[in-house]
Design a protein around this ligand. Sequence first.
Ligand code: FES
Length: 153
Amino acid sequence: STTQVFERSYEGPIYSDGVTLVDGEGEPIQEGRLSEGEHMTVFPEPRPGIEDAPTLLVRYSESAYSNVKEGFTVSGYAAFSKVCTHAGCMVGNRDGDLLVCPCHFGKFDPLSGASVEGGPPGRALPQLPITISSDGTLIATGDFEGPVGPGGE
Ligand code: FES
């Protein structure tokens, strides 16, 4: 199996002025990077290790979100931990707009705070607060709102 299991708990960097979200090549994510309906994997940088904070970035129209939380959605973007809250596999497949974990088919709705929509996970994927910096790049303004990965229930 090529499924990657995430075993370490996430300690999280200390955020002060925000940290840039970058793609797998380390390139900052510009506001125009995704169109509505697109998803991609990004990483907050600096970070304790690139595998420590894989994050799913999604973009939809603002009106598509059912529970917009102040400070968590900007210009249609929302960001969630990619580490499944069930057993730590990497979420990333899609079923329509749903985020799907390949290990036991946990499903999460990015339009509803990554709430659990199917499978064994017991809680939503924690969300990352984001905004757009003055140079037009997406930045995280704090740590994930809850513990990353399994446990934390
Ligand atoms: Fe994701 Fe089990 S690890 S559904």
